[in-house]
Design a protein around this ligand. Structure first.
Ligand SMILES: O=P(O)(O)OC[C@H]1O[C@H](OP(=O)(O)OP(=O)(O)O)[C@H](O)[C@@H]1O
Ligand SMILES: Nc1ncnc2[nH]cnc12
Length: 174
């Protein structure tokens, strides 16, 4: 397991009873934590042939942006509904707690473009599956999904078995 694990705080019963919230603010607020997180996510991209990174709002932007910068790639923003100004495609999905709709600009992905999806955390995999479907609906190819944290009990990796999924830190238990 990566050293970055020690920077992740676990808060029981947030945002509702029974959920253990894995908080990345304690990673990003610490210079060493932030560096470790980005460097180790970056290692998961070694040898991957891709054109662009797509990050899922909002915590996916935190990690997607420095990875895009470091690798000389652009960053596509997969946003919560109602934030993007031009023509979009959208998809609704269920979360570990609640429900959401995400959108992407129709011209953000060109047919045949190879995309790496980035987020802070994979729980059920619902968010990133919806993001992947949006990218595919525009003709993009999802070549890798990279997360800082994976909640293994929620079996997102099984749901996403057709994709190449990689994470830095794995937690058992919700
Ligand atoms: O694998 P899943 O079950 O879909 O859950 C993971 C998603 O949930 C969290 O985002 P959230 O929707 O809470 O938004 P935020 O990043 O804006 O806090 C997290 O950042 C992932 O995007
Ligand atoms: N347990 C959890 N901790 C932090 N973010 C999450 N997103 C979905 N489930 C989460």
């Amino acid at each position: 397991m990566s050293e970055v694990e020690k920077y992740i705080k676990s808060i029981p019963d947030f945002p509702q009873p029974g959920i253990i919230f894995r908080d990345v603010t304690s990673v990003t607020e610490d210079p060493e934590g932030m560096k470790l997180a980005i460097d180790e996510m970056d290692k998961l991209l070694e040898g991957v042939d891709y054109d662009v990174i797509a990050g899922a709002e909002s915590r996916g932007f935190i990690f997607g942006a420095p990875l895009a910068y470091k690798n000389g790639k652009g960053l596509v923003l997969v946003r919560k509904k109602g934030k993007l100004p031009r023509e979009t495609v959208e998809m609704s999905y269920d979360l570990e707690y609640g429900q959401a709709t995400i959108e992407i600009h129709k011209d953000s992905i060109k047919p045949g473009e190879k995309v790496v999806l980035v987020d802070d955390l994979i729980a059920t995999g619902g968010t990133i599956e919806a993001a992947a479907k949006l990218i595919e609906s525009l003709g993009g190819i999802v070549v890798k999904m990279v997360f800082l944290i994976e909640l293994t009990d929620l079996k997102g990796r099984e749901r996403l078995s057709k994709y190449d999924v990689a994470s830095v830190v794995q937690f058992e238990g919700e």
